[in-house]
Design a protein around this ligand. Sequence first.
Ligand code: LLP
Length: 419
Amino acid sequence: MDHFELKNGVMHAEDVSMPRIAEEVGTPVYVYSRATLERHARVFREALGDVPDKLIAFAVKSNPNLAVLRVLSQQGYGADVVSGGEMRRALAAGMAPGDIVFSGVGKTRVELSDALDAGIGQFNIESEEEGAELAELATDKGIRAACALRVNPDVDAGTHDKISTGKADNKFGVPIRDAAPIFGRLAGLAGLNMRGVAVHIGSQLGDLAPLEAAFGKLAALVRELRDAGHTITHVDLGGGLGVPYMRGEKPPAPAEYGAMVARVTKGWDVKLIFEPGRVIAGNAGVLLTRVVRVKRGINDPFVIVDAAMNDLARPALYGAYHDFAAVEPGGDAMRANIVGPICETGDTFAMGRECDLLAAGDLAVFRTAGAYGATMASSYNSRGFVPEVLVDGDRYAVVADRIEAGAIMDAERVPQWLL
Ligand code: LLP
């Protein structure tokens, strides 16, 4: 459930009308709802009520906006970060360093060193090479880095290939069959406190079975490591829970996920770490856009909106479906191709979509844009970056300014020898 609803025929975010935001901030603009973020954070936490010891670390990559992170920090969430930039955001939003988990296959020396200095809670090591480098840095600083070894369980998550991470030929983690000896070698390094294991098999999962299979493999690994004399106190189960993008779509509910986790991890006697992203932020945001014009097509008309693939990349990148609805629907429908202004055919949000009847100047929203929306934007076609707004009841704030194309151009220069 979210808080983007029609009130007197006009779509609102909580108690703020979309036309008001469009008028005052301009379009396109991302609009987030604080109440929805808080609701999702609470539902996910309550779903894990039967897990005694846990850290919920919001996957910052899904929505790194500082105000969004602040809302989640106030909900007691930590952060899963994958770069120095994300780490700085989590810290700036008030997340405790100890509640930050650092994942990612390509952490640089500088990032590792900065994260050690910041005192982050856990490094999810993705290779033996990375572990050795971290050990060296930590030893130099006279500290021990708390680490989990991320394993690749070789399960098919059954999601889009580009967002699957747990198949043997994906770049993430170490192959589970090699995990015990690698863990043993890393545990022998003075700079590392090898205390756990981690897994993340993919995103937008519509079925719990692959997750359960991965967790089962992890349980066997934990037993093997303990039998070998290692002390395992932490297990990171990653993120991945899917959300409904289409009306009527029914991915597993957080409660079903929580029940499965509680059942599978019973008796593990560890602190469990979760890294949800999309399930918290996805349906807490929309991209508000205005129709530039409607152009006749061979079959269906083209509804050309002022948002484009540079603002919301998911349809172009993954063929993803985003619900599209008028802000002031008149009750009539049309079949349309919904496209942006960018000069490639990939800039298509939907072909032959049944949607509300729209004309030039009308406002509409792409739903489920709160995760992997603004954060994946680019300035392709010399378009600027879309602003972000956070609504709270009957008030709202611009939580990220629009970055005009001119400001991006200002960071470029023509060298003297070309003048
Ligand atoms: N933990 C790790 C290590 C991850 O790599 C990810 C997502 C998450 C947690 C959060 O997963 P979530 O709960 O959001 O499914 N850009 C793509 C999604 C990429 C996901 C990458 N990793 C999209 O727009 O669908």
